[in-house]
Design a protein around this ligand. Sequence first.
Ligand SMILES: [Ca+2]
Ligand SMILES: [Ca+2]
Length: 368
Amino acid sequence: MISAVAVALAFTAPVQAAGAATGNVLSVRDVYGMPGQIVTIYVDLENEDAVQNCDFKLVLPAVLSAPISVELTERKQDHELSWSLYEPDTYRFLILSWGKKTLPGNSGAILRITCQVGANVGTYQLLIQDAKAVNPAYENVLTGTRNATVTVYTAPAKVRIKTWLEGFHVLGLLRTDIRAASELPWTSPYPEAVRTASSLPTSIADWILLELRATADGPALQRQSFLLKNDGFLCEMDGSTTTLTLDMPPGTYWLVLRHRNHAAVMSATAQALNSTTAVYYDFILAPGQFYGGGGKALGGGYHAMPCGDISGEGSLTTVDYVAWYHRIMLSPAPGYHREDLNGDRLVNESDYSLWLNNARAGWDSRVP
Ligand SMILES: [Ca+2]
Ligand SMILES: [Ca+2]
């Protein structure tokens, strides 16, 4: 058998691109952090074969502390985790099912590790070694691994962004009915990037999720929740600061916006962001601001994120309709509902009409 180290050196294919899994690949995601911050290392498994147990070592750069927390993700059944320091800066992890259960799903994180970032700015290697992914017949089916880097920086990238939500839009502003009824949650509804607001002024319409990518169809480098004001500006947790401080160093990034019931959109081009002057990206002013023509014209020369993707997977299908139908059958009280496409707190025929019009017209997310 080829050793896992040899496989690691030989493997070069990108593993986080969209599409079906090819082989069984264990990878770590790139990590970005400032001195003193707590960062999370994600270990992902993309597997086309059933995997029961995993065994691997991680070599952490000296700029990271020893693991503060190590936990399995939702990709587990009766799996147990053992880990320990193997040699200086190298930790061994063993994920094992005593009941011969397999890891659910075919992609995504199987392990989360938090560490604290040290003071030395730079870019460092984060290596996987001696990895095995064992199937129920106790054969190692791992076909590759992918290493990552840890980037330590001191000046975060800044940006200003304006967008409108089609469903929430009324005469140049976004509805704030949810906030007015004190039903807007203080904590972001996006589990990928939970944050808590310090203030929720009455001008806040909803929460929105910003994703940064290095390539148009590549994986997310970072996801961060922001508040969305009624004038369309994303703002910080104080509900008013529209210069957004990103958890990333300066760089050139594609800007993806996701919302809990609108189709995701992406900037037409990558934006060079720096740490001193916040680049301003306005999604509403022209159709050409949206990658793939993904913005919906509202009239008056304005454009918005198309509403209706309740399931959040990118397209408007009966899955979204069924979610709306189930909700309305429950006669929900007014509130913060994903099926409320126009943001008036109610789930009713108005929301259905918005979904139907967009589904018939073939609206979906154009984010690859
Ligand atoms: Ca959908
Ligand atoms: Ca509604």
